[in-house]
Design a binder for this molecule. Structure first.
Ligand SMILES: Nc1ncnc2c1ncn2[C@@H]1O[C@H](COP(=O)(O)OP(=O)(O)OP(=O)(O)O)[C@@H](O)[C@H]1O
Length: 259
């Protein structure tokens, strides 16, 4: 496959003047940021700030997206990105009445991923012991890992993970973050949302959002330095206090067709 034609940008994601309207409201406002390839970027911010909307835009399933949003050098949602981008939503996206293996076999067939991928991704999310268990009989964390395994089929270059660690115990959370870092070392780009600020420290780069706006793009250390705070949570609060709270920072309230 010709690399240049499929987008050979050094950045996995480039957003500029990105606006999204939902239900007649502008829920993403003039976002501009880049995400380097082979990194783990945390998308952090309070509930309702627009994290899922941004992830939906990245994966091409969000309507009313305006402005620039390039993914792997192509416009987000481009058909050529279909098997290069993996997306795990907050809701488990696997079949409860099938086993782990049957789910993965089904998704591998849909994605035309090689059969050998099934064992690889099962190992990657540490579910080999549950290969033949029905998903309905798994714990919440195990179910979340089946969804993640399905997203890893076919070796995507960008993984978009919407709150993948919600409801997991600290050991499982740590193990999943280890998987994320291992994938990034192999060149995969990961965008991981969370509203748990202590997860910020596990990311290489942070996109901090509030009310549909990007408050900052920083490294975890840069964020602490910039705010003088002791931890990510305090830093986020310090940033919020230093910014106007009425949503005017991103510019005019009018029509969002920024190009
Ligand atoms: N289907 C929809 N129609 C209209 N507005 C919506 C819809 N879904 C979400 N919104 C609004 O868009 C804004 C951003 O929501 P989004 O789900 O992206 O936030 P979030 O940061 O992912 O929140 P959470 O952490 O709670 O999942 C919110 O104000 C929400 O009310």
């Amino acid at each position: 496959m010709a690399k240049a034609a499929d987008g050979d940008s050094a950045d996995a994601i480039v957003a500029d003047g990105l606006n999204v309207e939902r239900g007649g409201r502008r829920v993403l406002r003039d976002l501009a940021f880049t995400v380097p390839r082979g990194s783990v970027t945390g998308l952090l911010g309070p509930s309702g700030c627009g994290k899922s909307t941004l992830m939906r835009a990245l994966t091409g399933v969000q309507a009313n997206v305006r402005g620039r949003l390039d993914v792997l050098g192509l416009p987000a949602g481009d058909k050529r990105l279909r098997d290069r981008v993996g997306y795990v939503t907050q809701a488990p996206s696997v079949y409860a009445d099938l086993s782990v293996h049957e789910n993965l076999r089904y998704f591998a067939a849909l994605l035309r991923a090689p059969k050998r991928d099934i064992d690889r991704v099962t190992e990657e999310v540490d579910l080999a012991a549950y290969r033949d268990s029905q998903v309905a009989h798994l714990s919440g964390g195990q179910r979340a890992r089946v969804s993640l395994a399905a997203a890893l089929l076919g070796t995507p270059e960008l993984l978009v993970l919407d709150e993948p660690t919600v409801g997991l115990d600290p050991v499982l959370r740590r193990d999943l973050w280890d998987v994320f870092h291992r994938l990034a070392r192999d060149g995969v780009t990961l965008v991981v949302s969370s509203h748990v600020m202590d997860e910020a420290e596990r990311c290489q780069s942070l996109l901090l959002m509030r009310d549909g706006e990007l408050l900052a793009q920083e490294t975890p250390d840069g964020l602490l330095e910039r705010t003088g705070a002791k931890d990510a949570e305090a830093a986020f609060l310090a940033l919020i206090e230093s910014e106007p709270a009425d949503g005017t920072a991103g510019g005019a309230e009018g029509e969002g067709a920024a190009r």
